[in-house]
Design a protein around this ligand. Structure first.
Ligand code: MN
Length: 424
């Protein structure tokens, strides 16, 4: 399904007066609003192909109907999101869930929707039908060489698919670890994993990056072989200049200071990418900004400050992706909410008065420092983000238009009520 441009225009026309009133009020108080608007227009967040269906838990999955049945339909869904918000112009694919049969055709289809291919994701956390060796006791860390070899070859296959699609990064998340004390020799598991990553690294094209994602626990509950940012940084430092750490917001122990982690990884030039989601307890994979919006703001504040300090391009130098999934909302509505939360928070970080903040820090004025941050966080920037969307050709209120166009009903009619997208 597609939403024609005239429908977006008609929708915008009905909201424009109210929007202009709010935007004029806000922009009068924002310094460099035109520059900020351009940054918001340029900023794109990749949509993972597995978030287009209803997410499941280990207890069950409640499909909402009309889920994409193929990679082509997944791309159509992302194209629809991008048409509405103009900020979802990239796709992150997962192999084997989305193995393209005809890469050239998939690439053309994506281009028709204005989408490019962001980081590719490999999967050695599940056994696939017909797979020779099991990953029950890990993949790259495995005590047996043939299992490690199979995992290495899978990652190289993912790189090959990525090359055909025009991607330029591979994200490796390993579920490797152990469930009980004594199960694993930590040092040997690390060495095996490093050796495997080195072989994958050697297969990267010259303009590619590899992101090593860490996660504190689950599915292993005693140790994880890439368990935190320190371990990831160890691997990527040993691998070389094309290797970076990837931060997934849900992959930390409770109350970890993620903004500090981000600041230091950026300082070392080793932050590569980001997976957005939100959580209350663990890796809950909830909608971005739904639980801890202030933490997200503090993280974005460090990202903007750190990228600017290193002269980095906000749009290209880090990989931005949503990695969320849950079992109660319409997945497309959820993704619209997540992208909106990211854009709002990015905008709030862009309007931080850096001069004021630095002066407060340099004079140990804790109160003024807090005020400088919270002044931005408490600014309602919704009309600023809406103005960027309007100028980029999107809808002033993407969610409202999605609902008034009855997109889900159309998708159910087209695809059926019982379709289930590939994924977890
Ligand atoms: Mn992730």
């Amino acid at each position: 399904m597609q939403i024609e441009k005239y429908k977006i225009d008609t929708h915008n026309q009905s909201l424009i007066k109210e929007h202009q009133r709010k935007y004029e009020f806000l922009s009068a108080g924002v310094k460099d609003s035109e520059k900020i608007l351009q940054k918001l227009i340029d900023f794109q967040v990749a949509i993972p192909s597995w978030a287009l269906g209803t997410g499941g838990t280990r207890f069950g999955r409640f499909s909402g109907g009309g889920e994409p049945r193929s990679l082509e339909e997944k791309i159509e869904d992302i194209g629809l999101l991008h048409a509405l918000n103009r900020s979802s112009g990239a796709v992150s694919l997962h192999i084997p869930w989305d193995r393209p049969k005809d890469a050239a055709a998939i690439r053309t289809l994506a281009a028709q929707h204005g989408l490019r291919f962001d980081a590719m994701n490999s999967n050695t956390f599940q056994d696939q039908p017909g797979q020779k060796h099991s990953y029950k006791f890990g993949s790259l860390q495995h005590v047996r060489k043939e299992v490690r070899q199979q995992a290495i070859e899978h990652n190289i296959e993912v790189i090959r698919h990525g090359i055909e699609l025009g991607s330029n990064a591979l994200t490796v998340w390993l579920s490797d670890g152990s469930c009980f004390p004594g199960q694993l020799n930590f040092r040997k598991a690390f060495q095996n994993t490093l050796d495997g990553l080195q072989q994958i690294y050697a297969a990267l094209p010259s303009d590619w990056k590899i992101f090593v994602e860490y996660k504190a626990f689950e599915p292993n509950f005693y140790s994880t072989t890439v368990g935190d940012w320190g371990q990831s940084l160890l691997y990527v430092s040993k691998l070389g200049p094309k290797a970076y750490t990837l931060v997934d917001l849900g992959h930390h122990l409770p109350n970890a200071n993620i903004e500090q982690i981000v600041a230091l990884l950026l300082m070392e030039g080793k932050l590569g990418g980001f997976h957005f989601n939100d959580s209350k307890y663990g890796d809950d994979d909830l909608t971005v900004g739904s639980i801890k919006p202030y933490q997200l703001f503090l993280i974005f504040n460090e990202l903007v400050e750190g990228m600017d300090a290193r002269g980095m391009d906000h749009t290209k130098d880090l990989g931005w992706m949503i990695d969320a999934s849950h079992n109660v909302k319409d997945p497309l509505e959820d993704l619209l909410q997540s992208v909106e939360a990211i854009m709002l928070t990015y905008a709030q970080a862009l309007i931080v008065d850096r001069k004021k903040l630095t002066e407060a820090q340099q004079s140990n004025d804790t109160v003024a420092a807090q005020e400088a941050l919270q002044d931005s966080f408490r600014t309602d920037v919704r009309s600023l983000v809406a103005e960027a969307r309007l100028r980029a050709g999107g809808a002033l209120d993407p969610l409202a238009l999605y609902r008034s166009e009855k997109v889900r009903e159309h998708l159910i009619k087209e695809r059926g009520a019982k379709t289930v997208a590939t994924g977890l």
